[in-house]
Write a new protein. Sequence first.
Lengths: 155, 155
Amino acid sequence: MISQKAKYALRALIALARAPRDKPLLTSDIAEGQAIPKKFLEQILLDLKHQGIVLSRRGKFGGYQLLKDPGEVTFGQVLRIIDGPIAPLPCLSKIAYRRCADCGEEADCEIRQVFARVAEETRRVLDSTTLEDAIASRAPDLDRATPSDEVAEVV
Amino acid sequence: MISQKAKYALRALIALARAPRDKPLLTSDIAEGQAIPKKFLEQILLDLKHQGIVLSRRGKFGGYQLLKDPGEVTFGQVLRIIDGPIAPLPCLSKIAYRRCADCGEEADCEIRQVFARVAEETRRVLDSTTLEDAIASRAPDLDRATPSDEVAEVV
DNA sequence: TATAACCCGATCAAGTCGATAGGGTTTTAG
DNA sequence: CTAAAACCCTATCGACTTGATCGGGTTATA
């Protein structure tokens, strides 16, 4: 289950991706349009800003805009920022790898082997689907997916 | 992330699958062998019993055995019993479907569409991988996967 | 210089997770 | 018959997470 927060983040980003690139959207407008608690959305947009996904202008007539092209922001990136590692087991995450204290040799772990396949499939979808794909309601261009080694680097 | 409880359940079932079919294993033996808190394991095995995965004999020289063939118990079944729905969004689960209160039309939901693909891939792996596959350290026979409609029925 | 708007940390209620506690019930050995 | 072994069941607990709220602080513009 992805968190409510991640859902909010994706909805906000999709709203930003649909808006004209040069006109910032107000937090309150996004909040109202997407039925997101405003103060909660502020936190989320701030996270996304710190991670270089959006940019903000302060003061009167400020607001948020996408910093990257909608075709270059993947669902995987957003989920990792908001929810943390995507991998189903800590020992399968490269951004937050932790050995399973109670397991034996990783190479022999049957459970790890099965969930490694799940992680691979999940990454294949999430790291290749962009905001642009989502808006266009189309399947992502699979060639966009980072080569497997590099993907593994950020799961 | 799958829960620790689900990991324990899978480890216990793999231990049972490896044992001779007619000789029950003691909770305490499994607990010791797999480094699982005994009382916690009791709860887990009880759940698995109620769901028809294992059977138990009470009293002296009692214990647990697999009720089904190791080739007929999938990771998906076990995870659903222990952790609940596998689907990444409540609106994608058929065993515990809940409409997203704050979303509009489901057919138009871009997020749902993306995660529907994730759910599909995840199910394809988890519903086709059995305890037998895990023990043999081999990829599952994909033909074993339930036809998509039926799979959807139990996500 | 007033106001709009983002920035930021603290806090909170409810729920979940992993685990423990304390027995009750059934079966078998002797 | 009875004691011991082993499963059965419910309640509870502390730590953590989640979703959200609060109260301001800072910055930029008209």
